[in-house]
Design a protein around this ligand. Structure first.
Ligand SMILES: Nc1ncnc2c1ncn2[C@@H]1O[C@H](COP(=O)(O)OP(=O)(O)OP(=O)(O)O)[C@@H](O)[C@H]1O
Ligand SMILES: [Mg+2]
Length: 496
């Protein structure tokens, strides 16, 4: 049985690593001979088989191919219907995890327990969906670890990176910037900022537009009319992008799907850098935001470490080098270090001090003594970047006489103005009748090490308590029985 296993369930690529007998982590290849498995699922129309990985990515009908499901892990309403069956993001992810588990078990033996990585900014529901996906795939989640933390563990243990470290993770779907402090075996997260739609696939989209323009200039025609052909062009664009990380100039010959002839696509590295300039500016803005949030100056960062396939782009490194005035560190296998770090984490005694990734609070009437006005405001109970696990309470007073039910709106966000925060849940507590206003109500938020949040309301006079797990819209979480049922179903499935 494989003891210490880590899985990076990525937006575009997923990887599994285990700890060898000598304590070094190693990536386990899949049955297709690849070190990383594309996070793509294909539902065949004729055979009852689910293809996962390259075969799914390069296969057929776009309507039956699911890409980048990770982007929807926090959305229980993102349900895909295929052949009359409904699939949630968690179930699609379970198919990807099943492939990883089955393939890798052939090499390292049975996998029962794993550490899975998630983006630092994954919310409660996305975390729960990830745990459910692993359970459906027949694995117990020992712990969820934030991707930058896993990468930092890898850098700290293999490259001896110590001090204040900024992890710049630009993968396929997102950019995450995390600042942490590494001291010996302990890691303290200072802050984490993330931007969706700032990853490699966004760069591919820009290149597809460049392909289209060159094709039209030469043939007067459009490059694609159907989705299947667009996917092929997208693949060519990604290939070209990767080559441009090594070469100054690349060529490709492409045809459209209307037999309008061939065109030669010519791309230079400089041209590509021009195309992605705006995106690069946004990456720097996110770095500035992270420094600001941690209250640090550029000079106070000891190391910048690169994580994610998109950091292979030379210009990305150059932009960071210019900003920090020092060369970022790269371990080479930038798309593997999260999985490798997760395997190390599965065993390591490293002390990880994480922080909560958002502010949580409640809506309350706030009295402004200066103006004499009362207005509804967001009252933060746990501020972002508080060290976790933690528990914080705040006492409020009921605002009306004879209140029978106390309602507490749970918010996520920093702003005092309720318009700029998300109300993500509501706690209601019945209280004894006939009480004057001004009764004390204590609201407590607790944050556990898997970054799951609990909210509790206590009516002090009656001692009545109500507690809920805080989730986005509260939906999408499977019951234990449902999980078992789906897990059995998945085990009987042909996944290649
Ligand atoms: N040599 C290269 N040059 C440019 N981009 C590359 C190169 N190699 C890989 N990439 C890009 O890296 C991305 C995949 O990176 P990675 O595996 O780190 O992402 P991921 O973990 O799936 O995504 P995320 O971390 O956002 O969930 C893809 O967009 C891919 O095109
Ligand atoms: Mg990643």
């Amino acid at each position: 049985m494989a003891q210490h296993v880590g899985i990076d369930l990525g937006t575009t690529l997923s990887g599994l690593a285990y700890l060898k007998g000598d304590g070094t982590p190693e990536i386990v290849p899949n049955s297709d001979g690849e070190r990383l498995t594309p996070s793509v699922v294909y539902f065949d129309a004729h055979e009852d088989v689910k293809l996962v990985g390259s075969a799914a990515r390069d296969g057929g009908d776009p309507e039956r191919t699911i890409f980048q499901i990770k982007r929807h892990m926090d959305d229980p309403d993102h349900v895909l219907e295929i052949d009359g069956k409904k699939w949630t993001p968690s179930e699609i992810s379970a198919l990807i995890l099943s492939k990883l588990k089955r393939d890798c078990e052939k090499i390292i033996g049975e996998i029962r327990e794993v550490v899975i990585t998630v983006p630092a900014n994954f919310n409660e529901l996305a975390r729960k969906s990830t745990i459910a996906a692993a359970e459906m795939a027949g694995m117990k989640v020992k712990r969820l670890v934030n991707e930058p933390t896993a990468a930092a563990v890898y850098y700290a243990q293999t490259q001896n990176v110590q001090g204040r470290v900024l992890v710049f993770d630009m993968g396929g779907g997102t950019l995450d910037v995390t600042i942490l402090e590494v001291k010996g075996g302990s890691i303290r997260i200072l802050t984490s900022e993330g931007a969706r739609h700032l990853g490699g696939s966004n760069l591919d989209d820009l290149l597809v537009t460049a392909f289209e323009e060159q094709y039209r200039a030469q043939t007067g025609q459009g490059l694609y009319t159907d989705e299947r052909h667009r996917r092929r062009i997208l693949q060519s664009a990604e290939d070209a992008k990767k080559m441009l990380s090594k070469l100054q100039r690349v060529n490709d010959t492409v045809a459209n799907d209307q037999n309008s002839g061939l065109a030669r696509i010519d791309l230079t590295r400089e041209g590509f850098e021009g195309l992605i300039r705006k995106m690069l500016t946004r990456t720097v803005l996110l770095v500035e935001q992270a420094l600001d949030s941690a209250g640090l100056k550029v000079s106070e960062v000891d190391h910048v470490v690169l994580v994610g396939g998109s950091t292979r782009i030379p210009k990305v490194k150059k932009v960071l080098e210019k900003f920090f005035g020092k060369t970022p560190k790269s371990c080479g296998n930038v798309d593997e270090c999260v999985a490798l770090g997760a395997a190390l984490f599965a065993k390591s005694s490293a002390k990880i001090q994480e922080v909560c990734n958002a502010s949580y609070g409640t809506l309350a009437m706030i009295y402004n003594a200066a103006t004499g006005e009362e207005k509804v405001a967001n009252s933060v109970v746990i501020p972002k970047n508080t060290e976790i696990p933690c528990s914080r309470s705040q006492v409020y007073q009921t605002s009306e006489d004879n209140e029978k039910v106390i309602e507490v709106d749970i918010t996520q966000g920093e702003d005092e103005d309720p318009r700029f925060v998300d109300v993500i849940g509501r706690l209601t507590l019945e209280v004894p009748p006939n009480r004057p206003k001004g009764c004390e109500v204590e609201v407590t938020f607790s944050y556990d090490e898997n970054q799951r949040v609990q909210a509790r309301v206590l009516d002090k006079a009656s001692g009545r308590v109500k507690e809920v797990a805080v989730t986005y819209r509260g939906a999408g979480v499977l019951s234990e029985e449902e999980l078992q049922r789906r897990s059995q179903h998945l085990r009987a499935m042909r996944i290649e």
